[in-house]
Design a protein around this ligand. Structure first.
Ligand SMILES: *Cc1c(COP(=O)(O)O)cnc(C)c1O
Length: 430
């Protein structure tokens, strides 16, 4: 390591942070604790975590009921090999998620990317198992499905995966007809995509994968439920499987427990993670219809799903997930009513000259900064706004020029007001 890099490296000699170019990185903020939507820092300072720590924190930081569920489970059983054993927390979670999603089978993995990998592998092998292999997979422009190879392949091809382009399997791609308040052209955009989809589906298709209602990392891009319903009709006619990546949208973020429910569609496979354990522990699950599972049963060893992870069905993660589902069931108004709490604030903000394309779904509010700079994730205006909001005690992490709030469900009215106030202060920088 050259001395210039070490001097310029605010992360010190050993840490390698995610999604970060060290040369331009701000020093990391040292955090000592959390409580509800608040992060406690050194020097008795604090910040509102307005993005749920990368969209995972669901009921708040260090939630006592989840913490104690994990503690109680850790004293009983911390881990066991899941190919030979089963345990009550896993059984309970499978029963509950099956009832909530309507999809009977649950396969465990470790994070959102692996929950997507598993969905893709199941979808692809589903066709092979029936002696009718299908090659085509359809995904959307702007999609983000994770950072492992299969997940990268179905995600938008961009700067983040450019180095691996040669290793990613081919995917057929459609525009994402996203919309915002006062969008006059949405039905046209949707029709064009549906026509393209119809054409693509003439080629035998294994699966269509999408983020229901809102693309997250691609820029908080919302589509209408009418579009998803028409899409589902076409997909059904073709026989292809529909994969809903609900890694971000699941567990109340979009106003109902799952976004597919609000959209009025029924996926064949669902990937879940992030809020699954309320943001306490890394865990992913893939839900599958029983009719898919059945094609993996047989004497021929080749029909088996040969996939698994060391920490499959980790009892601590399952305990956290079960405790989180208890909280969701106890206080559904927290996710059902969040949209109406955002609305007046976003309406006011939308009159600002630097705010364009305001949009809102469930607990997620977003807009584009109408400031001239390069497009996309490397746009710097978001960084300027982020720094200003930090001064006002609110942690944001704009996606390029896209500014959004995605707070934990426990955020108080007072804290919500502070978030919007901090954004306004940020907007005044332009
Ligand atoms: C974050 C995310 C993933 C990847 O999840 P990781 O746990 O970060 O691997 C996949 N899909 C969507 C929609 C996401 O938002």
């Amino acid at each position: 390591m050259s001395s210039t890099t070490s001097k310029k490296n605010p992360w010190g000699p050993h840490l390698w942070p995610p999604f970060t170019q060290i040369i331009s990185a701000s020093p990391p903020i040292r955090v000592l604790g959390g409580d509800g939507a608040i992060l406690h820092l050194e020097n008795s300072e604090s910040l509102i975590d307005a993005i749920s720590s990368w969209w995972v924190t669901l009921h708040g930081h260090a939630h006592p009921e989840i913490a104690s569920a994990i503690y109680e489970q850790a004293k009983q059983l911390e881990q066991v090999i899941f190919a030979n054993f089963v345990h009550p927390q896993a059984e309970k979670l499978a029963t509950r998620l099956s009832a909530l999603t309507g999809l009977e089978r649950l396969f465990f993995s470790d994070n959102g990317s692996t929950a997507v990998e598993v969905a893709l592998k199941i979808a692809y092998q589903f066709w092979a198992n029936q002696g009718e292999p299908r090659q085509q997979i359809i995904a959307f422009e702007g999609a983000y499905h994770g950072d492992t190879f299969g997940a990268m392949a179905v995600g938008e091809r961009n700067l983040f995966n450019e180095a691996f382009e040669g290793l990613l399997f081919p995917v057929s791609r459609l525009p994402w007809p996203h919309t915002w308040w006062d969008d006059q052209n949405v039905e046209n955009k949707e029709q064009l995509v549906l026509q393209q989809l119809e054409k693509l589906l003439k080629t035998p298709t294994a699966a269509v994968i999408l983020e229901p209602l809102i693309q997250g990392a691609g820029g908080m891009k919302i589509v209408r439920k009418e579009f998803l319903q028409s899409l589902e009709n076409l997909v059904r006619k073709s026989g292809a499987l529909l994969i809903a990546d609900e890694v971000l949208t699941g567990f109340g973020r979009c106003g109902q427990v799952f976004a597919f429910q609000r959209a009025g569609i029924t996926p064949d496979l669902i990937s879940l993670s992030k809020g699954l354990t309320a943001g306490f522990l890394p865990m992913g699950v893939t839900m599958a219809k029983e009719s898919i599972f059945e094609t993996f049963i047989g004497e021929d060893p080749r029909v088996t799903l040969w996939h698994g992870h060391s920490f499959t069905a980790n009892p601590l993660g399952c305990a956290a997930a079960n405790a989180s589902l208890d909280l969701l069931a106890k206080e559904p108004h927290l996710f059902e009513k969040f949209e109406e709490r955002h609305r007046p604030h976003l309406e006011e903000l939308s009159t600002h000259s630097k705010v364009s394309k305001p949009r809102l779904i469930g607990s997620i509010a977003a807009f584009d900064l109408a400031v001239n700079d390069q497009k996309g994730y490397l746009n710097h205006t978001g960084k300027v706004l982020q720094a200003k909001a930090l001064e006002h005690g609110v942690f944001l992490r704009p996606l390029g020029q896209v500014v959004y709030l995605l707070p934990p469900l426990c955020l108080t009215d007072d804290q919500l007001e502070k978030c919007y106030f901090a954004i306004k202060k940020g907007l005044d920088c332009f």
